[in-house]
Design a protein around this ligand. Structure first.
Ligand SMILES: CC(C)(COP(=O)(O)OP(=O)(O)OC[C@H]1O[C@@H](n2cnc3c(N)ncnc32)[C@H](O)[C@@H]1OP(=O)(O)O)[C@@H](O)C(=O)NCCC(=O)NCCS
Length: 157
């Protein structure tokens, strides 16, 4: 049976765990301060997947950050604890983000992903994202970013 978790709005107390996962997962991790700013900004959203039925409170398994400008949703960050990958958590976080904008007239979702990040590209393609552009030298180590886009009918299909 798969791991049981629920997705909830992140709180300040979740940020140390979020940041610990971030540091394990990216060569150029976001700072804790950046996550704090995200929480403080009402136009941005940070949600965490939390493990259910655990004695230990607040076990964060993954998180997603996103925001909306006009009719465009943008995925800012999506990450799953390396110990809990390949159990559907990334998919559910991504689906949660797409669902969050149902009925808000979002017609397009976009995101950037490293050219080397095949796992993430596969995930996004599974959800209907297509590679549209390359942004050269986008990342601090000069790696290129692929811009992936999902166009949506309104309401979201
Ligand atoms: C990308 C990431 C979020 C996927 O999370 P996850 O919980 O492991 O993903 P899921 O279990 O929901 O997998 C869904 C799909 O993603 C793809 N996928 C996930 N891991 C993969 C891997 N290692 N290799 C290839 N495809 C992979 C597959 O298409 C998979 O579908 P399948 O199980 O039917 O094959 C996770 O690998 C991660 O956090 N990576 C580090 C951070 C990161 O790169 N974030 C994205 C930044 S743009």
């Amino acid at each position: 049976m798969g791991i049981k978790f629920h997705i909830v709005k992140a709180q300040a107390k979740d940020l140390p765990e979020v940041h610990a996962i971030e540091k394990q997962s990216f060569p150029d991790p976001w700072s804790l301060k950046l996550f704090e700013e995200l929480l403080a900004n009402p136009s941005q959203a940070l949600y965490v997947a939390q493990k259910e039925n655990e004695m230990k409170e607040n076990e964060v398994l993954g998180y997603v950050a996103f925001w909306k400008i006009l009719d465009e949703g943008h995925i800012l960050n999506l990450c799953v604890d390396p110990q809990h990958m390949k159990q559907g958590i990334g998919s559910q976080l991504l689906q949660f983000c797409l669902d969050a904008y149902v009925s808000q007239a979002v017609t397009l979702f976009s995101l950037e992903v490293r050219t080397s990040n095949i796992a993430a590209q596969r995930l996004y393609q599974k959800f209907g994202f297509e590679i549209k552009y390359i942004r050269k030298n986008y990342y601090p180590n000069h790696e290129d970013a692929l811009i992936m886009i999902k166009r949506c009918q309104f309401p979201l299909a």
